[in-house]
Write a new protein. Structure first.
Length: 118
């Protein structure tokens, strides 16, 4: 289950519980006015909980994001090995090619590699 799916399910559970508590309180008290502050407290608690769930970076973190971080680390280490194997002249040439293109705009490494393959 993805991060947003987990957040959605958790939010639905919170609001279902808040609604159920409101209904039970209303039935038990016969709908009298003194249950209104409790209902307001339930709704505020549900709203704060929902905000916390959707703002938290930890809720629903799945192995997909961990896998993406692992792949990124692998790419970084491969790139570091590649660059460390270059001579000073080759590093300077790579730096110059990355910094400028024919029109003076910045160029990404992917673009340089794509042009090289053509």
């Amino acid at each position: 289950m993805g991060s947003n799916e987990t957040r959605f399910v958790t939010t639905a559970i919170i609001w279902t519980a808040a609604t159920a508590m409101t209904i039970v309180l209303s039935v038990v008290n016969g709908g009298e006015n003194f249950s209104i502050p409790a209902v307001v407290i339930f709704m505020i608690a549900a709203a704060v909980s929902t905000l916390g769930i959707w703002q938290s970076p930890f809720v629903g973190s799945d192995s997909g994001s961990a896998k993406a971080e692992s792949e990124k680390a692998k790419r970084s280490s491969k790139l570091e090995r590649l660059v460390s194997g270059l001579s000073d002249d080759e590093v300077n040439e790579l730096r110059n090619r990355l910094l400028t293109d024919n029109d003076g705009e910045l160029v990404s490494l992917e673009e340089v590699m794509r042009q090289r393959k053509q």
